[in-house]
Unconditional design. Structure first.
Length: 231
């Protein structure tokens, strides 16, 4: 498979083995939750090692009273944007990696069953006031880096819609973290905003079923996490 430069597929052997475990239909809901967390942790570490940098922070002292310069990450304004429902399973992993708490903004999108196109049903991104506002209505900054959390990129429609929503909101860059993607869907999402988006995945499957599911895929991760299979 040939992908554009803004698509990054992990080669981590432990991650590949964990993904294989997650694919199994016999994996329990408890194990699914743990595996989603662990895979997100590895993918997140790889992605943030590239997307973030460090700067010198204020001075501090060790327990032995030695002074040292602290280290902070940049950019300073980072937000996590899980796609409901399944993206919730990845939030804790990213919160574990980041050294300071960051806002979590939720987006709700579902695929219309006939067209497989995304429909937004929930958006709690805070209202953005543009920098031209006067001093009595000071601008509220959006994220320099918005991190979309969505375990699976299938047709790519939901991911592309989320990217466009965050771009219109004012995010300067978007990072998409997924466990697994379908080749056509990943290409569609990567083309939505090539200069502003990087997509990081554990692996890519080559096919989609007629119902827009990955083959062999993981099944519906949200249903597996929240025990709503067969709803």
């Amino acid at each position: 498979m040939s992908f554009p430069a803004n698509v990054h597929i992990s080669k981590h052997p432990c991650l590949r083995a964990k993904l294989s475990q997650l694919r199994s239909g016999t994996t329990s809901a408890k194990e699914v939750k743990s595996l989603v967390h662990e895979i997100a942790l590895i993918v997140g570490c790889e992605a943030l090692a590239v997307a973030l940098s460090t700067a010198v922070g204020p001075k501090d002292k060790t327990p032995l009273d030695f002074e040292y310069d602290t280290t902070v990450v940049t950019p300073e304004t980072i937000s996590l944007v899980p796609i409901l429902r399944s993206g919730l399973g990845m939030v804790e992993a990213l919160q574990t990696i980041l050294p300071e708490p960051v806002p979590v903004h939720h987006l709700g999108l579902f695929r219309e069953p006939t067209t497989l196109e995304p429909v937004e049903y929930y958006n709690n991104l805070p209202e953005h006031v543009h920098s031209g506002s006067d001093s009595h209505n000071a601008p509220r900054p959006t994220s320099s880096l918005a991190i979309i959390l969505d375990p699976v990129i299938a047709t790519g429609g939901t991911c592309a819609a989320a990217i466009q929503t965050l771009r219109e909101w004012g995010a300067q860059r978007v990072l998409v973290l997924s466990l697994l993607g379908a080749e056509p869907g990943v290409l569609r999402a990567a083309a939505e905003w090539p200069e502003g988006v990087d997509i990081w995945l554990a692996a890519v499957d080559g096919e989609l079923t007629s119902h827009g599911m990955l083959k062999p895929g993981l099944g519906d991760v949200g249903d597996r996490l929240f025990l709503t299979i067969g709803k």
